[in-house]
Design a protein around this ligand. Sequence first.
Ligand SMILES: Cc1cc2nc3c(=O)[nH]c(=O)nc-3n(C[C@H](O)[C@H](O)[C@H](O)COP(=O)(O)OP(=O)(O)OC[C@H]3O[C@@H](n4cnc5c(N)ncnc54)[C@H](O)[C@@H]3O)c2cc1C
Length: 337
Amino acid sequence: MTKQVWVIGAPYEDGGRRGTVFLPALFSEARRIAEACGGGLTAVSFAPDEVAIPGLPSVCGIERHYVLVSHGFSHFSAQAGATGLLALVQQEKPWLILMADVLPMRELAPFLAGSLKTGAITGVVNVDISEPERPRFFRKVYGGQLYEELSFRGENTAIVTFDPDFLPARATSAPSREPETIVRRIELPEGGLPEYLGSFSVPARDLDVTEARVVIGAGMGAIGDDVYPMVLELAGLLEGTIGTTRPVVDIGKIPRERMVGQTGKVIAPELYLALGVSGATHHVGGIQEAGRVIAVNRDAYAPIFKNADYGVAADLRDILPELIKRIRRAKENGEII
Ligand SMILES: Cc1cc2nc3c(=O)[nH]c(=O)nc-3n(C[C@H](O)[C@H](O)[C@H](O)COP(=O)(O)OP(=O)(O)OC[C@H]3O[C@@H](n4cnc5c(N)ncnc54)[C@H](O)[C@@H]3O)c2cc1C
């Protein structure tokens, strides 16, 4: 039987808008794997009704498009998605299921793997298909300083989520074809699934450090009573969230879930502002994916400067009042929003 590679689209909800996102780069990667093992390519999406059937990106070579339709998908949850997919996957037995490593797929993958009693590899950054029957998947560990190599044993359907930031843009040479669309109406069970109560946006300061665009890292040098209130004020002005280092967590000043580093969280904000952070290897292992790093430390030889795009060797007590004043003024003048 031909090996089937499935790509599952990611449902999204943005204000009143809902839909399914398919990343063309994920299809290209799926096509590459499918071609290597002589298999076919199938897309799967979720829709609340037959009217809302999502379109596919104009990439070539998708043979079938399963659309799972249920009112229960109007507010998507990983549990509902896994329940809806289960029977189809058990019946069709795809060889490999690929998803983008984004919410809610990051949750769907382990739910589905649990229901199927199979394995899931999440956050994959690369795949080696030199042995097409047994692809080897790579993901980052220890704050991105090492890669681990994983593969699946046995014949069960394998589930993989790909980190979208690492999906290579490859041209696909597959012939253009209109996929066969197969609509499946799904009856989700009445109870046992999460109930949708409403949605609300999270203020920037409450965002998880892994999700924020701006993270203000408060190290041991930034948590004194004469400095920390200014750090919080700056975070508010920049619409950022607070991250921190291990000793700060150890003394109970900032909760553990805000710790950045090898044993904390790996973050990828557009801006990381490291305030009073020495820049130990354990910490900087967690900021390698940050877009821009700006460090302020009174020790001009602090290691953090080796990992910063911009650095200011100064005491925070001198720098922060002026910085806050200037940012506030610039905001009032509409120079920054
Ligand atoms: C197994 C292991 C795992 C670890 N994992 C992690 C981890 O995941 N994340 C993590 O963060 N740490 C981790 N650590 C701890 C790590 O090694 C460092 O000890 C820690 O990152 C240092 O935190 P810090 O920079 O806040 O404090 P410090 O090293 O004390 O540095 C404070 C800095 O603030 C500066 N400073 C002080 N006052 C001012 C001021 N007024 N103005 C400007 N600058 C000032 C100082 O010059 C200094 O550079 C781990 C350690 C071990 C052993």
